[in-house]
Design a protein. Structure first.
Length: 402
């Protein structure tokens, strides 16, 4: 018997590739016309990306994670119902390039047969689609791949966890790990430390850890590969090499300079007040996957997005990154994956993402899109439910939440 799809063999998985061309091409056009054209005219680039496993964090460098034995492209999804394997071979993996929820039953059947499944999307996908596949490739990853760009590794997941993390116990706060390798130039460590310190001291409040880490990556893009020069993590690097700074694990993590910043500027569990609207729409966020952001965070997001559209043309990956950075500077950091989810929803709701958009128009379009997501999940809404949803996402879109 051969190894199963989830076995421990290092040999490439034998895979079959199915491309719903219309779905992917038209989906990419909504975000970037050049990405759609690159997808259609330079398939070798993104096919090599999929075969080498570059869309995952676990693929070994230089090795193929899978080998496509069948490569089929369809302009009409009808023929998928009559698919038959060309070779008498067990296919360990099936790669489906479509965000169409109609593929959910297929994914469930494949999982029951112990087959590995990867879904590549170019738009919003139903939560059930992601829940029934082993790997979900997001539109951000696909856009970057077809354009030959690089995504920040921390931004490749769509998993959204709104609950802040608790600070670990005292023993867990002690960093571990070996010292940096002997061959590691100390100058790199110093340069990275300076970049982090400058970024932290350049703000008037504690800086989100993700933004501080990005400053380090601008100096040494490979620092994560080295395990943060032997420290093991960004937090451990700060604690080892930047004794004048402090790392606070509240929420997604913050770095601050006690000589310049007040610890009161760091959000903590005790200072987060329950959002009355959020409590009422909890079922909606669970069923649809809509980011469970507090109403204040939605207001900050839409104001930041409006300002960005006034200053820059819309680009899925670049816009979401700039908006993420702006929300952090305003003291209400919003995760980039949550921002991307909202932006994609606005796009598919046919909301124009141009300099004419206002925070109010974006917020109301997002509320309408949530209604649609609920309908897609066959979740009935009462008039009170609709009122609560709209109040939740539009209630803080005025100037600075007024």
């Amino acid at each position: 018997m051969g190894t199963t799809a989830h076995g421990g063999s290092n040999a490439p998985r034998k895979a079959a590739l199915f491309v719903d061309f219309d779905n992917i091409y038209l989906g990419l056009r909504k975000f970037a016309t050049e990405a759609a054209e690159a997808f259609a005219t330079r398939p070798a680039q993104w096919m090599n990306w999929l075969e080498t496993g570059s869309h995952t964090a676990t693929a070994p460098p230089g090795n193929h994670a899978r080998r496509f034995l069948v490569r089929n492209v369809y302009l009409n999804p009808g023929p998928f119902s009559q698919y038959r394997a060309v070779f008498q071979t067990r296919y360990d993996e099936f790669v489906i390039m479509s965000a169409d929820a109609d593929f959910t039953p297929v994914l469930r059947r494949l999982r029951a047969q112990d087959r590995w499944t990867t879904v590549v999307t170019a738009g919003l996908s139903a939560p059930a689609l992601g829940a029934n596949c082993d790997t979900l490739v997001t539109p951000e990853q696909l856009v970057a791949a077809v354009l030959g760009e690089t995504l920040e590794s921390a931004d490749t997941s769509l998993d959204y966890v709104p609950a802040p993390q608790r600070a670990p116990s005292s023993p867990a706060r002690e960093f571990t790990g070996e010292r940096a390798p002997a061959g590691q130039p100390s100058g790199d460590v110093d340069a990275v430390a300076v970049a982090i310190r400058d970024a932290v001291r350049g703000t008037h409040r504690p800086l989100a850890a993700a933004t501080a880490a990005q400053a380090a990556l601008t100096v040494d893009p490979e620092i994560k590969t080295s395990g943060w020069y032997g420290a093991g993590s960004f937090r451990a690097f700060v604690e080892r090499h930047l004794h004048d700074l402090r790392y606070e694990p509240a929420g997604a993590g913050y770095v601050f300079d006690p000589a310049r910043h007040s610890p009161d500027g760091v959000p903590s569990d005790e200072r987060i007040e329950p959002d009355p609207y959020l409590q009422r729409v909890r079922t909606v966020t669970t069923v649809t996957g809509v980011p469970a952001l507090p109403s204040q965070a939605y207001g900050t997001l839409f104001r930041a997005l409006t300002r960005d559209l006034q200053e820059h043309p819309f680009h899925l990956t670049k816009t979401s990154k700039r908006v993420r950075d702006q929300t952090d500077l305003q003291g209400t950091p919003v995760p980039r994956n949550a921002i991307s989810f909202v932006i994609k929803g606005l796009t598919y709701a046919k909301q124009n993402l141009t300099d004419s958009a206002t925070a109010e128009s974006l917020a109301h379009a997002w509320a309408d899109n949530i209604y649609t997501l609920c309908a897609n999940e066959q979740m009935p809404l009462t008039d009170d439910d609709r009122e609560a949803i709209r109040a939740w996402v539009t209630g803080n879109v005025g100037p600075e939440g007024t």
